[in-house]
Design a protein around this ligand. Structure first.
Ligand SMILES: [Zn+2]
Length: 200
């Protein structure tokens, strides 16, 4: 798991955007779009979109070979599996067998290979850097997450109408919201209005 959280800016198709940090890169990846009613949130339209996402920090995996259509399909299958497994874990349900199989299958191939610079200062990824390797790295992170000490800290946003999932790696472990600027503030505002209505 990464040492410092960065997160990503998510865009609402109805307008607006906010920074969301899912606490793990694999969980950030689960929020790049989805299936069914979440298809409107899709950000990975073309193989190049996946390459761009992977190239951003903290993964910073700049592809040496362009992402293929087949890799994009595999990426979306992994994304769905991570999404379903995270929600099952957050609800303390058993993990869906198909999601587990997809995560394991993706993790079975060689992952990204870390490389130290000659001066020992900067670590990057050894060439070649391919999407299948990056997906394997994400799948392995998800396996570590689900089988590690933070599994019990995987939560869905406490807002009733928000399905975003994250892992709370903070020391107090009291994170409730996907993002304070989104659901946290909405909740505070609602609580304030309820108090004002009750006590005019
Ligand atoms: Zn939320």
């Amino acid at each position: 798991m990464r040492a410092s959280a960065i997160g990503r800016v998510l865009h609402d198709p109805r307008g607006g955007s906010f920074r969301f940090d899912a606490g793990a890169v694999c969980l950030d990846f689960a929020h790049t779009g989805g299936e069914g009613r979440y298809a409107v949130f899709e950000t990975l339209h073309e193989p190049a979109d996946l390459g761009e996402w992977l190239a951003q920090p903290p993964l910073a995996a700049v592809m040496t070979t362009p992402v293929t259509a087949r890799e994009l399909t595999a990426a979306k299958a992994l994304r769905q599996a991570i999404w379903e497994a995270a929600h099952a874990q957050a609800a303390r349900r058993s993990l869906p067998a198909e999601a587990v199989a997809t995560i394991n299958r993706t993790a079975a191939v060689a992952p990204l290979v870390p490389e130290l610079a000659a001066d020992g200062t900067a670590a990057g990824w050894a060439s070649p850097v391919r999407a299948t390797q990056a997906l394997s790295t994400l799948a392995r992170e998800m396996i570590e997450l689900l089988s590690g000490p933070f599994a019990a800290r995987i939560r869905e946003c406490a807002s009733d109408d928000c399905p975003l999932v994250f892992v709370d790696t903070s020391r107090p472990g009291a994170r409730r919201w996907c993002a304070m600027e989104r659901c946290g503030n909405r909740h505070k505002l609602r609580a304030l209005r309820a108090r004002q209505a009750a006590d005019p």
